[in-house]
Design a protein around this ligand. Structure first.
Ligand code: MN
Length: 188
């Protein structure tokens, strides 16, 4: 089954749905996006990054689950972006999306699972929340910057893209191409 984060009624407990699907071995993939109004109208993590974190908390828990049907399902899960933020350049939105998913996944990996299990077993809801927020509030950006540099990539993908001038270049090329096509009367 595919979970599209924009396809639920406002306020739906999506992370709970994710946990159930993992438990049943039925989670096939994700369409990541965020929204304020309709489905898919905003970049993933733009509006509700904590919800995304809670979803990743379940995905990472699934990957670490001792039941093989659950861990295999979580590891095989396909991640996709399905979003059309009309007021932002598409490539920049996609770069933001990749970065936010990396950051959120890293934060979910930081959750102290043993402590969380202990607090869950003790029905200590306050402490469970504190444990999740400890991970969520950790600044993982320096770690990810180092990880990128170790791979020979720029530490800051969005800044690198803006420096490259690629968007201005292809915009100029496409505008010129459209002008040339229009001049031939190919548009009838
Ligand atoms: Mn979709």
């Amino acid at each position: 089954m595919l979970v599209d984060t924009g396809h639920h009624l406002q306020g739906t407990n999506i992370e709970h749905i994710v946990a159930i699907l993992l438990d049943e071995g039925r989670l096939g993939g994700f369409h990541f996006n965020d929204r304020k109004y309709a489905d898919d109208d905003l970049t993933v993590g733009a509006i509700n990054p904590y919800q995304l974190f809670l979803i990743f908390a379940e995905l990472v828990a699934g990957e670490e689950d001792p039941a093989q049907t659950v861990s295999q399902c979580a590891k095989a899960c396909a991640y996709m972006f399905d979003q059309c933020p009309n007021h932002k350049p598409t490539i920049e939105s996609v770069i933001q999306s990749a970065v936010v998913v990396q950051e959120t996944w890293a934060k979910a990996l930081l959750i102290d699972r043993a402590a969380l299990k202990q607090s869950q077993d003790a029905h200590d809801l306050t402490q469970c929340e504190e444990i999740l927020k400890d991970a969520y509030n950790t600044d993982v950006r320096p770690m990810l910057a180092e990880w990128r540099q170790n791979k020979g990539l720029d530490a800051n993908p969005l800044a690198a893209f803006r420096r490259s001038g690629y968007l201005a270049k292809i915009t100029a090329e496409r505008t010129a191409k459209r002008g040339a096509v229009a001049a031939t009367g190919a548009f009838g």
